[in-house]
Design a protein around this ligand. Structure first.
Ligand code: OAD
Ligand code: ZN
Length: 231
């Protein structure tokens, strides 16, 4: 076994104090998804969308990685001969804070802003505003948090598809499995011959393709599993 693919979702960051999306008291309880996470919502009220992510950025800046993020980073460090690909649906930077290398943020990153006029991406340190001016093309009223909204294509799909073809072990952590295409990765990995595991707090609907499901807090279940993994 030489190739491990780890897919993470909001559940891995829950124990770092960040809200998941769909659990009770989740991020979307006080907001309509269509208002703050769809391209139509952005077109209707970009100011609200910027405010929402400015608020989230402050929380994410403060958050620290938990044992599950750290276990992935240590696993990667301790196994230089194994390819460990980490693909996250999270826009927080907790994998990077834990020291994990080459993380692909398929739903974007909270620390980036994109110009919808020319595609230029800039690092975002403080708050962002829609009516800012793009440093590359000079356009006004085109800046958007570089986060993939419903109605947009996820990022890095070609690389991810290739990784899924070659993985021997597929591990999903803290994801409800309702948002595609990420929810479909497990079936692709299994089709190509990988063993598949899910680490989640509770059983999910979309579990048909998982060979093993480990229920419990990711900070407890994942370190135990990765420490014992032998190749
Ligand atoms: P969800 O909120 O849909 O699901 C979080 C999952 O994590 C649930 O199944 C919980 O049971 C589980 N969970 C909660 N706490 C946990 C813990 N301590 N340990 C293990 N599991 C735990 O979040 P995602 O599946 O990540 O997209 O949502 C997918 C996408 O929906 C997000 O990336 C977001 C949204 O559209 C964007 O923002 C672009
Ligand atoms: Zn521009």
């Amino acid at each position: 076994m030489k190739n491990v693919f780890i897919l993470t979702g909001a559940g891995i960051s829950a124990e770092s104090g960040l809200k998941t999306f769909r659990d009770a008291d989740g991020l979307w309880e006080n907001f309509k998804v269509d208002d703050v996470a769809s391209i139509e919502g952005f077109e209707k009220n970009p100011k609200l969308v910027h405010e929402f992510y400015n608020h989230l950025r402050v929380q994410m800046d403060k958050a620290m990685p938990n044992k599950a993020h750290i276990a992935i980073s240590e696993f990667q460090k301790k196994n230089p001969d194994i390819t460990v690909n980490v693909v996250t649906q999270n826009v927080d930077l907790l994998h990077e804070k834990a020291g994990t290398k080459n993380v692909l943020h398929m739903h974007g990153r909270i620390d980036e802003t994109v110009c919808l006029n020319c595609g230029h991406v800039v690092k975002t340190l403080g708050n962002t505003q829609f009516d800012g001016v793009c440093e590359k093309c000079g356009a006004k009223n085109f800046l958007k948090p570089n986060i993939v909204f419903f109605g947009e294509m996820p990022m890095f799909m070609d690389e991810i598809s290739d990784m899924l073809k070659h993985c021997d072990l597929f591990v999903a952590v803290g994801t409800s499995g309702v948002v595609y295409p990420a929810a479909g990765f497990v079936s692709q990995a299994k089709y190509y011959g990988a063993q598949t595991y899910l680490f989640n707090l509770e059983y999910t609907e979309n579990n048909y393709y998982f060979d093993h499901q480990v229920m419990g807090k990711a900070s407890e279940t994942l370190p135990q599993f990765l420490e014992k993994l032998m190749f």
